[in-house]
Design a protein around this ligand. Structure first.
Ligand SMILES: C[S@@+](CC[C@H](N)C(=O)[O-])C[C@H]1O[C@@H](n2cnc3c(N)ncnc32)[C@H](O)[C@@H]1O
Length: 156
C-alpha cells in the first residue's frame, strides 16, 4: 500500500490492520514531524517498524521514485489540489486490479455546490470528472465520512 499524506498515522493504522501480516505501508508526507508522530502511532498500535516505510517529501517528488506496478492500493489524502496528478501516479504504481482511493471526495459537501469555486473544491471536482470520463476506470463513491472515491482499471 502507498499512502499520500501520513498525517499522525490514523489512516495508516487502519490500512495496516487491513493488510496481510507481512504487508508494508509506504507512506509519504511533506512534514517530517507528522511522520515522527505517525511512527509513534504505529508502534503504539503494535506494528513493528518494518511494517511502515515513511518517506518525507512532497508527494509529486517522492512518488516517481517508487516502483511501477508494485502496489495493491494507493490511498490519497495529501494536497487536494494535486489529486488529478496523484491519479496519474497511482495508475503507474498499481498492479493490475489495484485500487486507488481518494479521501475527502465530497470535500465537506462543497463539491456538489456549484457556487463554491475555491481552488481545492475545483480540484476535487476535476478529479471526479476525470475519473468519470475515463472509460478504462471503474469507480464507486462511498458516502462515508467526507466521501471516499475508489477507482480501479477495468479488465478487458
Ligand atoms: C489530512 S492530513 C492526512 C491525515 C492522515 N491520512 C490520517 O487520516 O491520519 C494531510 C497530510 O498531507 C500532508 N501533505 C500536504 N501536502 C502534501 C504534499 N504535497 N505531499 C505530501 N504530503 C502532503 C500534510 O502534511 C498532512 O500531514
Amino acid at each position: 500500500v502507498v499512502e499520500i499524506g501520513t498525517g499522525t498515522g490514523v489512516s495508516g493504522v487502519w490500512l495496516l490492520r487491513g493488510m496481510r501480516p507481512d504487508g508494508v505501508l509506504t507512506t509519504v508526507d511533506v512534514e517530517t514531524e507528522h511522520q515522527r508522530l505517525a511512527r509513534q502511532t504505529f508502534t503504539e498500535a503494535g506494528f513493528p517498524n518494518q511494517r511502515a516505510r515513511t518517506i518525507p517529501g512532497p508527494a509529486l517528488e517522492v512518488l516517481p521514485r517508487l516502483t511501477d506496478g508494485a502496489y495493491d492500493l494507493v490511498f490519497c489524502d495529501g494536497d487536494k489540489r494535486e489529486y488529478v496528478a496523484y491519479l496519474a501516479e497511482a495508475r503507474r504504481l498499481l498492479r493490475p486490479g489495484g485500487v486507488v482511493v481518494f479521501d475527502n471526495a465530497l470535500w465537506h459537501d462543497r463539491v456538489a455546490d456549484p457556487s463554491v469555486r475555491d481552488e481545492e473544491t475545483l480540484a476535487v471536482r476535476e478529479l471526479l470528472t476525470t475519473v468519470a470520463e475515463d472509460e478504462d476506470l471503474l469507480r464507486v463513491l462511498l458516502p462515508v465520512g467526507d466521501g471516499l472515491l475508489l477507482a480501479r482499471t477495468r479488465e478487458h
